[in-house]
Design a protein around this ligand. Structure first.
Ligand SMILES: Nc1ncnc2c1ncn2[C@@H]1O[C@H](COP(=O)(O)OP(=O)(O)OP(=O)(O)O)[C@@H](O)[C@H]1O
Length: 302
C-alpha cells in the first residue's frame, strides 16, 4: 500500500507539486501519468524520502519510507537508471546490492534472468545501452523480493519486446498481491497494464480512477427515447438541469451526467427509453490529452 496525502513541493518561486493525494492498493498497478515536468519524479522522490516535501506526507506499507527497516526488502525503487557505477558489471552491481540487502547470491541470477539481462551480466555497465540500464535498475528493484514497486518511467529506452516483458512481469507481480506505482508521460505505455490512473499536470492531479470511471465521469450518458417521446425527453432533462452536449441524428442525446442521474430524471417524467448507457465517444488518450494539454509543461513554463 502506498498512501500520498496532500503532498506539495516548492522550489523557490516554482510550485513543482501541489496538494497531490492518491492511494495505491495491493494487487494493483497504478499508472502515474503526466507530460514532462508535470511533477511525477518529484512526487515519487518524496514518497521515497529522497526529497523533503514542503507540506503533506506519504507512507509506504503504513509508515514513512525512511522509517522502513531495510527498505529494499519491502520497496523496490527505480528512480534514476543512469545512476550506476559504469566500471562494474551488471552482475557485480547486483551482487553488491544483494550483500547490502542481505539476500542470497542466487537471487542475483534469478532477477538477471527475469529482466532478460543474463547474457550481458558480465559486461561493464558503462557499455550498456539506456534500455539495458533500465533492465538493470529493474533487476535491482526486484532483488529484495519487495511487496511494493515504485518505478519512474521504467519503459523508457526499452525495445518493444522489453516493454512487453516488463508489462508481463509487473502484471504478475501485482497479481501475486504486490503494489505497483509506475510513471510515464506516454499513455500507451501503461494503458494496457494499469488498473488505475493518476493523471497529473502542472503539479496537480487532474483526474484519477479506473479507466471506466474516468471515461464515464467525463464522457457523459447517451440516452434515446422512441420517436414520439423525444420532445418529452428533452424537457425532462432540462427540468432536471442536465445539459445536452450532443444531439445525434438518430435522436440520441449525449448528456453531461452519469447514467444514474439521467435515468432518475427521465423516470420522474415518465419518459419511455429505448437506450441508456455511458457514452463511449471519448477515448482515454483523448481524455489524457485534454486534461494534461498536449503542450510540454516545461515549454509552457519557458
Ligand atoms: N531540484 C529541483 N530544483 C528546482 N526545480 C526542480 C527540481 N526538481 C524538479 N524541478 C522542477 O519541478 C517540476 C517538476 O519536475 P519533475 O521532474 O517532477 O517532473 P516529471 O513529471 O517527472 O517530468 P519528466 O517526465 O520530464 O521527468 C519541473 O518544472 C522541474 O523543472
Amino acid at each position: 500500500m502506498i498512501r500520498v496525502e496532500n503532498l506539495s513541493k516548492r522550489y523557490g518561486e516554482h510550485q513543482a507539486v501541489s496538494d497531490v493525494s492518491f492511494v495505491c492498493a495491493p494487487g494493483t498497478v497504478t499508472g502515474f501519468l503526466g507530460p514532462n515536468g508535470a511533477g511525477k519524479s518529484t512526487t515519487m522522490r518524496m514518497i521515497c524520502g529522497l526529497t523533503e516535501p514542503s507540506s503533506g506526507q506519504a507512507s509506504v506499507l503504513g509508515v514513512p519510507y525512511r522509517n522502513l527497516p531495510n527498505p529494499g526488502r519491502h520497496v523496490g525503487v527505480l528512480l534514476d537508471a543512469a545512476a550506476r557505477h559504469p566500471g562494474r558489471s551488471g552482475r557485480e552491481t547486483l551482487l553488491l546490492a544483494a550483500m547490502m540487502l542481505g539476500v542470497d547470491r542466487a537471487r542475483v541470477d534469478e532477477v538477471l534472468d527475469e529482466v532478460g539481462l543474463a547474457s550481458a551480466a558480465k559486461r561493464r555497465v558503462g557499455g550498456y545501452s539506456f534500455g539495458m540500464r533500465q533492465r538493470l535498475g529493474m533487476a535491482q528493484a526486484l532483488l529484495g523480493r519487495p511487496g511494493v514497486l515504485i518505478l519512474d518511467e521504467p519503459s523508457s529506452g526499452l525495445d518493444p519486446e522489453g516493454i512487453h516483458n516488463m508489462r508481463m512481469l509487473l502484471r504478475d507481480f501485482a497479481d501475486r498481491g504486490g503494489t505497483v506505482l509506475l510513471s510515464s508521460h506516454l499513455l500507451f505505455e501503461v494503458e494496457a497494464l494499469a488498473d488505475r490512473f493518476v493523471m497529473i499536470s502542472g503539479g496537480r492531479v487532474v483526474a484519477q480512477g479506473a479507466r471506466d470511471e474516468l471515461l464515464q465521469e467525463r464522457s457523459g450518458t447517451l440516452v434515446r427515447s422512441a420517436e414520439p417521446a423525444q420532445a418529452a425527453l428533452g424537457e425532462a432533462l432540462a427540468q432536471a438541469g442536465l445539459a445536452v452536449r450532443t444531439a445525434h441524428a438518430s435522436g440520441a442525446l449525449v448528456v453531461d451526467a452519469v447514467p444514474e442521474q439521467v435515468g432518475i430524471a427521465v423516470a420522474r417524467a415518465g419518459v419511455p427509453l429505448v437506450e441508456l448507457r455511458a457514452a463511449d465517444d471519448l477515448g482515454l488518450e483523448q481524455l489524457f490529452l485534454s486534461l494534461t494539454g498536449t503542450a510540454n509543461a516545461e515549454e509552457a513554463k519557458a
